[in-house]
Design a protein around this ligand. Structure first.
Ligand code: NAI
Length: 248
């Protein structure tokens, strides 16, 4: 397996779900973990405990990634606490699903602000640090709906498609500084987010997956670990679907 010993990873939205899975995998591979959550203190505390059991340095930070100044401040705090940062995983995300017919402006703005602008804010916050150190890994969690679109998710699909454009732009801007930027496009992964889906929608989605099972957070974490590792040093600007084939 891959090796992340001595690296520090900043992971947004890692108090639960996919972000937590990525944090646990990175910690198993030896990385120190600075993770962000927003309004999820109880889960964050539990995750912090589980990560510390892996024997690495761990700290949780409460920060709204949609807030530009707060993102900048938290990254400064992390770099002062950990010395430096090597990997950024932009995973924090929310949904506000409904057809455009009933979608409120606030539903659109909230999803864009957390998913897309949050990814920009955190990238901007680590940008100069990675540039100066002449190395860095940025891994953005998009979604297959950013590639395919989805009825009822115009806000979310726009944000996730935007993340792909952002990833490719960052890859081009920072390539000469030995910084890679890649996106993962998960399909249907079993987390609190998908547990909240209506039963019928969940059944229909499952039936459309060629591999006939929902994805696990470990499926995403394994891909993120590969992208963060030395073995992926020549991959940048790529979007990897981890979706059991649903978006083929
Ligand atoms: P989740 O709802 O279980 O966890 C979301 C995490 O984001 C939590 O730690 C929460 O504290 C954090 N968060 C929410 N708003 C935040 C904010 N404003 N600032 C900072 N942190 C914030 O979600 P899940 O399912 O683990 O999803 C993680 C990522 O994967 C999201 O970007 C989601 O869009 C994406 N994704 C999930 C899929 C799935 O099937 N679960 C499929 C495709 C993409």
């Amino acid at each position: 397996m891959f090796e992340l010993t001595g690296k520090t990873a900043i992971i947004t939205g890692a108090s639960r779900g996919i972000g937590k899975g990525i944090a646990l995998k990175f910690a198993e591979l030896g990385a120190n973990i600075a993770f962000l959550h927003f309004g999820d203190g109880e889960n964050a505390e539990q995750t912090e405990k589980e990560l510390a059991e892996k024997g690495v340095k761990v700290k949780a930070y409460e920060c709204n990634v949609a807030d530009f100044e707060a993102s900048e401040k938290v990254v400064d705090e992390i770099i002062s606490d950990f010395g430096e940062a090597h990997i950024l995983v932009n995973n924090a995300g929310i949904v506000r699903d409904t057809l455009i017919l009933s979608m409120k402006e606030a539903d659109f703005d909230a999803v864009i602000n957390v998913n897309l602008k949050g990814t920009f804010n955190m990238t901007k916050a680590v940008y100069k640090h990675f540039m100066k150190k002449r190395r860095g890994r940025i891994i953005n969690i998009s979604s297959i709906v950013g590639l395919t679109g989805n009825a009822g998710q115009a806000n979310y699909a726009s944000a996730k498609a935007g993340i792909i454009g952002l990833t490719k732009s960052v890859a081009k801007e920072l390539g000469s500084r030995n910084v890679t930027a890649n996106a993962i496009a998960p399909g249907f992964i079993k987390t609190d987010m998908t547990d909240a889906m209506p039963e019928k929608a969940r059944e229909a989605t499952l039936a459309a997956i060629p591999l006939k099972r929902p994805g696990t957070v470990e499926d995403i974490a394994n891909t993120a670990a590969f992208l963060a590792s030395d073995e992926a040093s020549y991959i940048t600007g790529e979007v990897i679907r981890v979706d059991g084939g649903i978006a083929i």
